[in-house]
Structures are given as C-alpha cells and as structure tokens.
Design a protein around this ligand. Structure first.
Ligand SMILES: Nc1nc2c(c(=O)[nH]1)N[C@H]1C(S)=C(S)[C@@H](COP(=O)(O)OP(=O)(O)OC[C@H]3O[C@@H](n4cnc5c(N)ncnc54)[C@H](O)[C@@H]3O)O[C@H]1N2
Ligand code: MOO
Length: 409
C-alpha cells in the first residue's frame, strides 16, 4: 500500500496512539515511583488515623459541658498518652489523662481540653471558666483521613509528591506502575558535531537530541541516545540495525534532499512507511514507519522547532498511550494580543507565550520569527498557538486555541 501523504495533525496523533504498545507493568520501590503512572488502584488495609487521635496538646477528659456543677471541680491526672505510646488504664468522670498531639485518645475520653485552658497543680488540673471542651473537640476520629478499603488513587494517575505521600500513609513501600516505553534516538547529518567536540567551519552543534531526551523522560518514557550518524546509508543502517526499543526516533534527514537518507537506509531493514508527511507547519516531513522486526520509527525533521513541535504533537501521545493514557491534551482558549494573518493550507503551530491579564484571562502572543531553525524562539515560548488549515485572519482580542508546554518562562 502506498504511504499516506499530508495527513492531518489529528490523524497523525491518533495513528501514534494506535501503534503504541499495550501498557506493561512493573513493581517499583516507592522512593523510585515519582512521576510514574500508577497501574493499579491503591486501597489501604487500615484506617487513618488508626485510632481516635488528639489534635492538640492538653488533657483527655469525659466531656462535662452539660454539667455546670461538675465543671468547677478539679480533675485528677491519672496518666499520660503520648504519640506512639497510648495510656493503657481506665478513665472516669473526674479524671484526666495528659495527652499530646497525635496520641491515641483513651477509650472512655471523648474530648480534649487544650493545655492553655487549664491550671495544673501537681496531679490536679483546674479548668478555666469557659475552658471546657465539648464532645469530640480536638479529637481526630479514627478513619477521618481515610478508611480501609477506600480507593485512594486510581490506576492511570501520575504519582506526584502528594500521591506518593498518600501511598506512604497507606503503608505501601512498593507500587505497581506502568513500564516506561523505551525510545531510541538517532540524530543524522554530516554537519552535526556533538557538544564538547570541536566543530569544523561548516558544522553546527547537535542540539535536537538534548531537548528530545529531556522531553521523553519528562513525558514518562525512557530515552536511549544512539548518537549522531553521518549522511551515508551505511552509517545510518549500522546505527539502527539491532536496536531494541519500542520506538526509534530519528532527527533530520526526513525531507527530499539528496542526503536525506534515513528512509532509504531503513529499506534494508524492511521499512514500510505508514505516512510520509503531515499537513503541518512546522514539521511537514515528519513520517512514521515500521521495520521488519516490528519496531516503529518516527522520523522528525531536523529543524529544531519542527522536531520539538512534532515531538509534542506526535511523540508525546505515543508515550502517553504506551503508559495507558489515551486522552488528548487539553487545548486552552486564549485572547490574541496581536493580530495574525490568514493561514495557508498547512495547520500552523506557532511558538507563543501565554500570560494572564489582570482579570485572569489567558492572553497569547505569537513570537515574531517563526522560522523552524530558531532554537532561541523555541526556548522563549511556553505554548503553541494552533492555526487551523486555511484559518482566516484573526484580530487582537480574538480567542484562539493554545497548547501549554508545561514550562514557565
Ligand atoms: N525541496 C524541499 N526542501 C525542503 C522541504 C521540502 O518540502 N522540499 N521541506 C523543508 C522542511 S519543511 C523541513 S522541516 C526541512 C526538514 O528537513 P530534514 O528533516 O531533512 O532535516 P535536515 O535537512 O537534516 O536538517 C534541517 C536543518 O536542521 C539542522 N539539524 C538537523 N539535525 C539537527 C540536530 N540534531 N540538532 C540541531 N540541528 C539539526 C540541520 O543542520 C539543518 O539546518 O527540510 C526543508 N527542505
Ligand atoms: O516544516 Mo518545516 O518544519 O516548515 O521547517
């Protein structure tokens, strides 16, 4: 079947979700689980707190708020309840147990009077006028945070610091997460020199892989850099044969020039091209294929902005689908802070900056120079502004769609 050409952005993103491997799982230690995607619901086996706990430092008592006569009598302190070591005796009306924040409240007690409301003389305490606590005052009830069997977190959720603390509070030291899909990256071009090496006069520093590796890791994948191959069939073939990865991503050599050799080199590995280009600016030459051994290859254009925009729009959905997350990222509505001309046939994704105005309304400014080779412009942007194919000119104040880039600039 002939490869598809010029497919839409949505079709290409769906294609990448569709070819992503089914999510696989692994057990990891909680301290290594940050940023991972939960593969099973988390249900605690124990209530939290597991006992009625004091919320304050003070005295646990039997509530006497309705018995004014008894309120004026001193109480005898019969013991102490500490966080981690409870008072084991009995407690009756007329007695109090010295108690501290987080300590178990004795069974018979039903209120805690804070110590500021009490005068103590040896083993006697005198509660100040209006100092009495009502029933349940200053007590955190057993299970008040969560109960055994509650669903605390659902499969598919990303384990951020708050979720990690919840899992620890439930007592789990390990957690089942979705395995990271492995993405191998190859840069391509005789003009590229690795940072740290000395460039010849006609060379530039290889920068694309540095953003891509960090993005892959940020999106939940495992990046493996294969280095930079020169512009020869042999070098590309050698770099890509026997690569064990879920996906190979190539940067550069995607277009139609005589030295755009990635696809021809992969023909020796049985390459079948799924689609050969996308109706997008930047990033039109982005392509997808699969090798004889089933490995998928996503070819990103070499221009840094094209590579990053297309990574955001197509690689990210692949990684997320491999982690069991299939929902497209939400588009936000923002007000244009400067007019935009009509768009041509290619769907446009402009590097842009979003901010809020003083009313909290999202505003977006497209950066002036959208040439896809500009690393500086990409580094300034925190959003991509979507211009539909053949969109008419837009005025200042018009609402447009933006995709936030998860970064503050
Ligand atoms: N006759 C045509 N020429 C071009 C077309 C076309 O349709 N007809 N498409 C243009 C478009 S759009 C793009 S995008 C580029 C993409 O080309 P390639 O993917 O083949 O990329 P290269 O030619 O290898 O590189 C383009 C540019 O980017 C620099 N580069 C490459 N890799 C890296 C890297 N890892 N780090 C930093 N910079 C990199 C490279 O030196 C080039 O300057 O093709 C147009 N041409
Ligand atoms: O699509 Mo290219 O990415 O326009 O420069």
């Amino acid at each position: 079947m002939a490869a598809l050409k010029g497919i839409s952005v949505d079709q290409a993103a769906d294609f990448l979700r569709m070819v992503a491997p089914k999510p696989r799982t692994q057990k990891v230690k909680l301290e290594n689980a940050g940023g991972r995607v939960l593969a099973e619901d988390v249900l605690p086996t124990r209530d939290q707190p597991p006992f009625n706990a004091s919320a304050m430092d003070g005295y646990a008592v039997v509530d006497l708020i309705s018995d004014e006569a008894l309120q004026n009598e001193p109480l005898t302190v019969v013991g102490e309840s500490l966080a981690g070591r409870r008072f084991k005796g009995d407690l009756i009306v007329g007695e109090a147990v010295r108690i501290f924040t987080g300590a178990p409240v004795p069974d018979a007690a039903n209120a805690v009077i804070i110590q500021e409301n009490v005068d103590r003389q040896l083993d006697l305490i005198f509660v100040q006028p209006d100092g009495w606590a009502s029933k349940s005052d200053n007590i955190r009830p057993r299970g008040g945070d969560f109960k055994a069997g509650d669903v605390l977190l659902e499969a598919g959720q990303i384990l951020d610091p708050w979720a990690l603390s919840l899992i620890a509070a439930a007592g789990y030291d390990k957690v089942i997460v979705r395995k990271k899909p492995v993405v191998a990256i190859l840069s391509n071009g005789d003009e590229l020199v690795r940072v740290g090496d000395k460039p010849k006069s006609d060379q530039i520093f290889e920068s694309g892989s540095h953003a891509l590796i960090a993005l892959i890791e940020q999106w939940g994948g495992k990046a493996r850099f294969l280095g930079a191959a020169g512009d020869s069939l042999k070098a590309i073939h050698k770099a890509l044969k026997n690569v064990k990865a879920d996906l190979i991503v190539t940067i550069g050599g995607a277009s139609v020039g005589d030295y755009d050799l990635v696809k021809p080199a992969l023909e020796q590995l049985g390459l079948q091209v799924d689609f050969a280009s996308i109706n997008i600016r930047p990033g039109k030459p982005t392509w997808l294929g699969n090798l004889e051994d089933g490995t998928r290859v996503l070819g990103l254009p070499g221009n840094p902005a094209s590579a990053m925009v297309c990574a955001q729009l197509f690689l990210r959905p692949y990684i997320e689908a491999a982690l069991g997350r299939y929902e497209p990222r939400p588009m936000l509505a923002a007000k244009l802070s400067a007019a935009l001309p009509a768009n041509g046939p290619r769907e446009g994704w402009l590097r842009a900056v979003i901010t809020h105005d003083d009313k909290g309304q999202l505003k977006v400014t497209a950066l002036r120079d959208q040439d896809s080779s500009l690393v500086t412009v990409f580094a300034k942007s925190n959003a991509l502004l979507r211009r539909p194919s053949e969109a008419s000119a837009a005025k200042t104040g018009d609402l447009v769609q933006v995709l936030a880039l998860d970064r503050l600039v």
